[in-house]
Design a protein around this ligand. Structure first.
Ligand code: ASP
Length: 351
């Protein structure tokens, strides 16, 4: 009899464990965001622009956190957050994206689900209003991970996503940024500001401005999403790290969720987002130690500018960057903070 009872109890254990897991735990829900890394210093900004960026970041945090608080998934939260940042002309994603060498706005985005390890991405799209939602549609409604260009746009249209004229993404500020870069590249006779060199094409204007979010929901699931216009003056169908799973975006419930921003070529070569997860998996690093090892050591040693946001399943997170500043923020336990400058000029906004 005793044996039967024990056998019955052991048989029930998986079901009990599942019941326990299915209970939502709202105490750990966390959202961390970035709005790009680069030469973000007080000297480079007016008080008005600083306020505008702080307000946009805060609004993004509140929007994503509301999803988590209402029992929404981390995927829903990162998508809603990134959509809002894509719609803001302040950031280099969606409207307000940088221009290619040919004067176009070509957008890249990706999303990953830490529970299933499913992922979706789009690259070089010019008519999808919210590329992050197209990335999610690729993940959930296709058998593929990445779709590019016309094919991605056709797919997004078929799935009922909003398509816009390419001119929707244009902003005067980014156009001027392109013109400045091109003047430097092709100096007129007698103009001493230009170098005539294409070597520094990616580093001349270091305010990157890509957007990203990582979230932990009440069910213990992680997700990450990233969206960008890439790098100003990019050419020949260039695609950066943002839509590449493992480079600009990664999420695995067993380790962490990561979204990156910076000089994409370096992030691709060093497989930055996955490298952080791998350090946690194989070397048992904490999320902070892993993110800092990659951003502050490996990337620096290889000359790669940028930063990441990384979040683990317990709600621990890190936001390291090796540039003068990074637009960033987090919301946890109802407390939100946004910041933009480096340690010397950190200014925190408390609610
Ligand atoms: N990582 C992006 C890219 O290389 C740029 C950025 O983060 O601003 O396309």
């Amino acid at each position: 009899m005793k044996t039967i009872v024990i056998a019955f109890l052991i048989g029930c254990l998986p079901a009990l464990a599942f019941a326990q897991q299915a209970q939502p735990d709202f105490s750990k829900i966390t959202l961390v965001i970035h709005g790009g890394a680069g030469a973000i210093t007080k000297a480079n900004m007016t008080p008005e622009t600083e306020k505008a960026y702080a307000a946009a970041l805060e609004q993004a945090l509140q929007t994503g956190f509301a999803v988590l608080k209402n029992g929404g998934s981390s995927l829903d939260a990162v998508e809603a957050t990134v959509r809002l940042l894509e719609d803001s002309p302040l950031f280099n994603a969606g409207r307000g994206a940088v221009f290619t060498n040919e004067g176009k706005n070509e957008l890249d985005a990706s999303i990953m689900d830490g529970k299933s390890l499913k992922a979706g991405a789009v690259a070089s799209v010019t008519t999808i209003r919210n590329p992050v939602s197209a990335a999610r549609a690729v993940m959930e409604q296709s058998e593929h991970v990445m779709l590019i260009g016309n094919g991605a746009e056709k797919f997004a249209g078929e799935k009922g996503l909003q398509l816009v004229e390419p001119s929707y993404f244009r902003t005067e500020r980014r156009l001027q940024q392109l013109q400045r870069l091109q003047e430097k590249e092709n100096p007129q006779p007698g103009d001493s500001t230009g170098t005539g060199s294409t070597e520094n094409i990616f580093t001349e204007d270091k305010k990157f401005g890509t957007v990203g979010a990582v979230a932990l929901d009440a069910y213990g699931n992680l997700a990450a999403a990233t969206s960008t216009g890439g790098m100003s003056n990019k050419r020949y169908g260039r695609v950066g790290d943002s839509p590449i799973i493992g480079a600009g975006t990664y999420a695995d419930n067993n380790t962490c969720a990561v979204s990156a921003t910076g000089h994409g070529e370096f992030f691709i070569r060093l497989v930055v987002a996955h490298d952080i997860a791998a350090l946690m998996a194989y070397k048992k690093y904490s999320v902070k130690k892993a993110a800092e090892a990659v951003v502050l050591k490996k990337l620096v040693a290889n000359g790669g500018d940028g930063g990441v946001i990384a979040l683990d399943r317990k709600g621990n997170f890190a936001m390291p960057f090796n540039t003068p500043g990074m637009f960033r923020g987090y919301i946890k336990n109802g407390e939100s903070k946004v910041a933009m400058f480096g340690s010397l000029g950190v200014r925190k906004f408390r609610r």
